[in-house]
Structure formats: structure tokens, C-alpha cells
Design a protein around this ligand. Structure first.
Ligand code: CTP
Ligand code: CA
Length: 228
């Protein structure tokens, strides 16, 4: 019932959310990934939908049900997530980058399972950097013209406020959401620090859904007036 009583602050808005980790294959049975349950991003997608938005959720490999009324696209690698987000962003008003994107991927995934060669020496893996989905979209034409409002996330282990403010500037986003990890990873509640041009604002410990509803309200009041 509470879901239906949420203020409809995002009616007529199209919101893109990415969530969860990415998985970068090393060979057919192994890969590199990040710690992320996807719960925060899924809660945000749900809260945006409750607020009346049309929501697209690009999800890495997670074990979570799709929030009601949300369009979900499943991806595996950072590159797949990048392409799916880029395509969806062209028709979005808001992009919320809640995914824990792997910073690197193996330069070349082996087509067959890598076997131990008996020498006791591990294989030498080479890595290359993944595209930065948030920075690319935040610096793209749509965001710079004011048509796409981008929101970043940062999980930091220490000095949250300073790191979050620096990351906000580096990514070129108007709003960045910080949380202290990894204690909150996989949990149902969290505590957030919103960082914008004016400074920081704390959202005290609450469920990820309750925090998501507050975040949606914060985003809604920062959007330019809807065009009819
Ligand atoms: N992000 C992204 N694409 C990447 C890496 C990060 O879109 N390849 C996004 C994340 O979804 C998040 C924000 O950038 O919204 C910050 O991610 P984070 O890992 O904290 O920042 P990085 O720039 O990767 O810096 P570092 O990991 O070195 O702290
Ligand atoms: Ca990173």
C-alpha cells in the first residue's frame, strides 16, 4: 500500500538505472567480478517506478526479482552494460549509475578452459581498462545540453566526503551518492551521503528502499521542469 501512496514526482520522466556487478570472463569457467548484490540499484528502480517514472534497469548478474513495472535488461560484462546504457540513455531524462562496474577486464578471454601446466606457475593474465559508463554519458551531448541528469555512486572505505566530492568533479556529475563500504554490501539497509555543488547532505541509516525514495525525491527536485 505504501508503494501506491508515494508522491508521483517523476510522472512523464524516463529513468535509466544500472545495478549489480559486472562479470569479465577469463575463460569459459572463470572470471573477474565485483562485490555487489544489486539491492541498492534495484531499490532505486522500484522507487523511481513508484514515483511514476518509466524505468529501464540494466542489471549485471544478480539474484533479484525485477521490480514491478520496470523494464529490465540483463547484461554480463562492463562492455555489454556500456552498450545497453548508451542505447537507453538516448531516450532517458535521468541516469543513475548504481552498478559496481569492473574497472578492468582480461585483455583476451581464453576460448577454452585454462589448464594448470604442472610447472606450479600461474598463468600471466593481462588486463585492459573498461569504458567508464558514467563519465562517458555524463560528458556526452545529452547530459551537457541538460536533457540527461546523471547521478553517480561511490563506495569508499574511508574519507567518504572528500573522496566523494573529488569523484563528483572527476565524473562531471551534478549529484554523487556516497556510501561507506564494504560493510553495507548485501545488506538490506544502508546510510548515504549526497554530494552536490553546495556540499554534503546525509541520509541516515534506513532500509535501501526508504533511502531510494528519499534519493528519488532529491533527484526530482533537481530536474529541469518537464516539457509537455
Ligand atoms: N563507473 C562506471 N564505469 C566504470 C567504473 C565506474 O560507470 N567503468 C561508475 C559507477 O557505476 C559509479 C561511479 O562510476 O557510479 C564511481 O565508481 P567507482 O568505482 O567508485 O569510481 P572509479 O572512477 O572506478 O574510481 P576507483 O574505483 O578507482 O575509486
Ligand atoms: Ca571503480
Amino acid at each position: 500500500l505504501i508503494a501506491f501512496l508515494q508522491p508521483k514526482r517523476l510522472v512523464g520522466r524516463r529513468v535509466l538505472v544500472n545495478a549489480g556487478p559486472t562479470f569479465e570472463p577469463i575463460d569459459p569457467v572463470r572470471g573477474l567480478t565485483n562485490l555487489s548484490s544489486g539491492k541498492m540499484g534495484f531499490a532505486i528502480a522500484r522507487a523511481a517506478r513508484e514515483a511514476g517514472a518509466q524505468v529501464t534497469l540494466v542489471a549485471g548478474p544478480v539474484a533479484l526479482p525485477t521490480p514491478r513495472g520496470v523494464q529490465r535488461l540483463d547484461v554480463r560484462t562492463a562492455f555489454e552494460m556500456f552498450e545497453a546504457c548508451q542505447a537507453a540513455a538516448a531516450a532517458s531524462d535521468v541516469f543513475i549509475a548504481a552498478a559496481a562496474v569492473a574497472d578492468w577486464r582480461p585483455l583476451q578471454a581464453s576460448g577454452h578452459k585454462i589448464k594448470k601446466d604442472g610447472s606450479g606457475r600461474p598463468p600471466a593474465l593481462q588486463f585492459t581498462e573498461n569504458p567508464d559508463i558514467l563519465a562517458t554519458l555524463a560528458q556526452g551531448e545529452r547530459a551537457r545540453s541538460g536533457a540527461l541528469f546523471c547521478v553517480g555512486f561511490a563506495a569508499e572505505s574511508h574519507d567518504l566526503a572528500a573522496h566523494a566530492q573529488a569523484k563528483r568533479a572527476r565524473k562531471g556529475v551534478p549529484l554523487l551518492v556516497g556510501n561507506i563500504g564494504p560493510q553495507t554490501f548485501g545488506q538490506d539497509d544502508n546510510q548515504l551521503l549526497l554530494v552536490d555543488e553546495h556540499g554534503t547532505h546525509e541520509l541516515p541509516r534506513a532500509s535501501k528502499l526508504a533511502l531510494s525514495r528519499q534519493l528519488v525525491a532529491e533527484i526530482a527536485r533537481r530536474l529541469p521542469p518537464a516539457t509537455l
